[in-house]
Design a protein around this ligand. Structure first.
Ligand code: ZN
Ligand code: ZN
Length: 263
């Protein structure tokens, strides 16, 4: 079994680390598979265009450079750490309204990405080419930040187009997703070290892109809480009232397996 995390941001969007630094950070911690998924904002909205101006999103100019760097780092991740690096992107549709905002990940094949397409259109385009589509933080993240509820509002209609829904994004498990019967995945939404203490996905398949994507699709996975000991406690520890009941209950010791808890 090995740890995996499929939602990481680099400094191609709003993350703190470069792509090589992310590979080293996760490689040194023994992760078996990661996906780097920088924001690619749709350009049809004012907020999306503003994000381009602020340099916190991939653009049509930087996207090809991003893809090339991921390719070369894919080889290095394997050679140096035996870690599978999956190319990804977070299609980012922000509105001032939480119920109109949607973030989703495309993992595995970035050949035909257009951030202006909606999830249904893009799913029809990329999934036949072997990519997966993941609904990112679809319910309340229990943090004081922008929320994205549009996909969850449409979950029945979108279920056939989405391979997995995040059941955790950082330190909180989302009970709505957990008990929904929908396929799940746990990720950190890593932007900097403070996001490392988080639920992660556990896999036991071969550390090859195709095997990893299949395991997600077939839901041959488990979840584990990972605590990063080398950095200061994340800021939620000073805000106990927004922690929610789950972490306090499950967070015994360094790791807690969801499988162990639910059986
Ligand atoms: Zn997001
Ligand atoms: Zn993200």
């Amino acid at each position: 079994m090995y740890l995996a995390d499929f939602h990481l941001h680099s400094n191609f969007s709003d993350g703190k680390f470069s792509i090589p630094a992310l590979v080293d950070y996760y490689g040194k911690r023994g992760f078996g598979a990661i996906a780097i998924t920088d924001h690619f904002c749709e350009q049809t909205s004012l907020i999306g265009r503003a994000s381009t101006y602020l340099g916190v999103t991939l653009t049509t100019a930087t996207f090809p450079i991003y893809r090339e760097l991921l390719k070369s780092e894919q080889e290095r991740a394997w050679d140096q750490y035996g870690m599978c690096l999956i190319p990804g992107v977070e299609i980012t549709k922000n509105s001032i309204l939480n119920h109109r905002s949607a973030h989703f990940l495309v993992l595995g094949n970035l050949e035909n990405i257009d951030p202006n397409l909606d999830i249904s259109e893009l799913s029809d385009r990329v999934r036949p080419e072997g990519a997966l589509v993941i609904a990112a933080h679809p319910v309340s993240t229990q943090k004081i930040e922008k929320q994205t509820f549009h996909l969850w509002d449409r979950r029945e209609e979108l279920a056939p187009k989405v391979d997995a829904w995040e059941v955790a994004s950082g330190p909180y498990l989302f009970d709505e997703v957990r008990y929904s019967g929908l396929p799940m995945i746990a990720n950190s939404d890593f932007h900097s070290e403070k996001n490392m203490t988080s639920w992660k996905t556990l896999l036991s398949c071969e550390k090859k892109q195709e095997a990893v994507l299949q395991a997600i699709k077939k839901q041959q996975l488990d979840f584990q809480f990972y605590r990063e000991e080398t950095v200061r406690e994340p800021s939620y520890s000073t805000l106990p009232w927004i922690m929610g009941p789950q972490l306090g209950h499950y967070g015994m010791g360094n790791v807690a397996s969801l499988q162990a808890i639910s059986k």
